[in-house]
Design a protein around this ligand. Structure first.
Ligand code: AR6
Length: 173
């Protein structure tokens, strides 16, 4: 059975998504930051930061979960992508791991839908084309073997990433 109808690409702000969980591209402290992390904390309200304080941070490539508080999404899965350092510091492996660990956590919580931002492609400087290939490959491999989450949404904020994802999807479907 095809898994492509379980993947969606949406252009927009992830804080508005009604998926069961949205993923935060956080840093190791899990105590907030700029970019999508800042937007999620602003929209969720201060209870999110309080919850994050109890988690003891998060290693790069791993994931932790909190409730969504004032967000439409019930859960936030906080993951930490790698900082791009030229490509020889396990960046590709760590980015794939961030997607995989988020999906495994969603499965553990029996979530039906999860929305991802383009992890590491902002402040962390991961080349966008390569990041998109890794994200789509990791998500599609995962979906082939797992029935939960049923649906994965790539919530894309910037035009450049949107064009890249559309191009890859047209090739893959
Ligand atoms: N909804 C969806 N995507 C967004 C939004 C939004 N509201 N805002 C930005 N993006 P970044 P990183 C996209 O920098 O590279 C933080 O300070 C943005 O266009 O948020 O993983 C953390 O605390 C880009 O494609 O995350 C870390 O210190 C993508 O989100 C650091 O940034 C990721 O950009 C993590 O850096």
């Amino acid at each position: 059975m095809t898994i492509w109808n379980r993947i969606e690409i949406i252009r927009g702000d992830i804080t508005l998504m009604t998926a069961d969980a949205i993923v935060n591209a956080a840093n190791n402290s899990l105590l907030g930051g700029g970019g999508v992390d800042g937007a999620i904390h602003r929209a969720a309200g201060p209870a999110l930061l309080s919850a994050c304080r109890t988690l003891g941070g998060c290693a790069t490539g791993e994931a932790k979960i909190t409730r969504g508080y004032r967000l439409p999404a019930k859960w936030v899965i906080h993951t930490v992508g790698p900082v791009w350092r030229g490509g020889h510091k396990k960046e590709a492996y760590l980015l794939a791991s961030a997607y995989r660990e988020s999906l495994l956590l969603a499965r553990e919580y029996e979530l039906k839908s999860i929305a991802f931002p383009n992890i590491s492609t902002g402040v962390y400087g991961f080349p966008k084309e390569m990041a998109a290939e890794i994200a789509i490959e990791e998500v599609s491999s995962y979906l082939k073997l797992n029935s939960l989450p049923e649906k994965v949404i790539f919530c894309i904020f910037d035009q450049e990433n949107f064009d890249i994802y559309q191009e890859i999807f047209q090739r893959s479907e």
